[in-house]
Ligand binder design. Structure first.
Ligand code: CO
Length: 208
């Protein structure tokens, strides 16, 4: 990316959008009604819209290191509540990716400063699933599986919120877990059994 050419590139992009639809920006300025809330990793290779083939206005996006949904993170919790209560999204997606630096860092014995409390949430995912993970002897397999289990646990964290529980009950809001494989460019749906998870965790986390 040539930083000095960004404004020029923006002008080319504006023109390409106007060529397709002269009202493109008029429509965009009129408001948004995205159907999907996408929560993904900040990793520069895992763009949200581009990998989904989505246009501006189609996805409400939140990204942080290792696609975490942490209950005391005001940022992600605000995004969740706004997307669910105000934008009325129909689906929430948590998208992880193989080779995630945050997940790999959580597997290392190292003091990473302010990242310690953030990555500790991934270590907690490891602890919950330690029997399955410890049975994997190949470090690549172990890291890949932790990426998947982390996505699953972050979906469960979405389900633990009051906003999600209410919308799931009243209008059928669902949560989906995906993993992006950057070696192929493909998105993999983890087919998380959302209904079962919802039922199981409501015994303890019911806020509704
Ligand atoms: Co990542």
């Amino acid at each position: 990316m040539d930083f000095d050419k960004i404004i020029e590139k923006n002008e080319l992009w504006v023109q390409s959008k106007l060529d397709q639809d002269p009202d493109f920006f008029k429509k965009m300025a009129a408001g948004q009604s995205p159907e999907v809330l996408y929560i993904g990793c900040s990793d520069s290779r895992v763009t949200a819209e581009e990998i989904m083939g989505a246009e501006p206005g189609e996805a409400f996006v939140h990204r942080n290191i290792a696609n975490m949904v942490i209950s005391i993170d005001l940022n992600v919790m605000s995004v969740l509540q706004y997307a669910i209560d105000v934008l009325k999204v129909k689906r929430v997606v948590v998208c992880g990716h193989y080779g995630c630096g945050g997940v790999l860092a959580s597997l290392q014995a190292a003091d990473l400063g302010i990242l310690n409390p953030w990555l500790r949430n991934i270590r907690d995912v490891y602890r919950i699933h330690r029997n399955e993970l410890n049975a994997l002897t190949d470090s690549q397999q172990k890291a890949d599986r932790l990426v998947e289990l982390n996505v699953k646990e972050q979906c469960v964290n979405v389900i633990k919120t009051a906003a999600f529980q209410k919308a799931a009950k009243s209008r059928g809001l669902t949560v989906h877990g995906w993993v992006f494989d950057m070696s192929t460019g493909k998105l993999k749906d983890l087919d998380i059994d959302f209904e079962t998870h919802l039922k199981n965790i409501m015994e303890i986390y019911d806020l509704n």
